[in-house]
Design a protein around this ligand. Structure first.
Ligand SMILES: C[S@@+](CC[C@H](N)C(=O)[O-])C[C@H]1O[C@@H](n2cnc3c(N)ncnc32)[C@H](O)[C@@H]1O
Length: 144
């Protein structure tokens, strides 16, 4: 994303060594911040991000002992830090039957759609190529 021009990026993980490693690996990308932080308790003001991109973090939280509560807490935090009209993009192997019930909640005022990567194939890709089985869920926070 950075190399495509999205240079104002903040990256979090609650695992300190992961953040240390990623910060070192991306040290030449000056505007990228790497912070050790728990997605269930984001240390950011409300309405401070245009987009939150999640690749594998909610999936990881879904494996925790308190999965249902932790997922809801995380999504509520993501919703809080998004600007009105901002989007949360969840990249996951899990299908809509599994993820939609978690994402669609009266407490989360966002509109949820999804794309199966199979439907979004690059031109020239053949069946079975690329990231078969990945879904992109796009949750757009309602403007107030
Ligand atoms: C499957 S990995 C994905 C890592 C990275 N997003 C990627 O695509 O390579 C899941 C990551 O979620 C992190 N994680 C799990 N629970 C978390 C939480 N509550 N807050 C922040 N990070 C968490 C783990 O430490 C792990 O690095």
């Amino acid at each position: 994303m950075f190399d495509d021009g999205f240079t104002n990026l903040t990256c979090i993980d609650f695992c300190g060594p992961v953040i240390k490693y990623m910060a070192q690996r991306n040290r030449h990308r000056r505007q990228m911040d790497f912070l050790t932080m728990d997605a269930r308790k984001l240390d950011f003001p409300a309405q401070s991000f245009d987009m939150v991109l999640d690749k594998g973090t909610l999936d990881s939280i879904a494996c925790s002992e308190c999965a249902a509560a932790d997922i809801f807490t995380t999504l509520r935090e993501v919703h809080r830090v998004l600007k009105p009209g901002g989007v949360y993009i969840l990249v996951t192997h899990s299908d809509p039957q599994t993820r939609m019930p978690l994402l669609v909640s009266p407490a989360l005022r966002w509109r949820v759609t999804y794309v199966n990567i199979e439907h979004g194939k690059e031109e020239g890709e053949r069946e079975g190529e690329g990231g078969a089985g990945h879904f992109f869920f796009i949750c757009q926070k309602q403007a107030q």
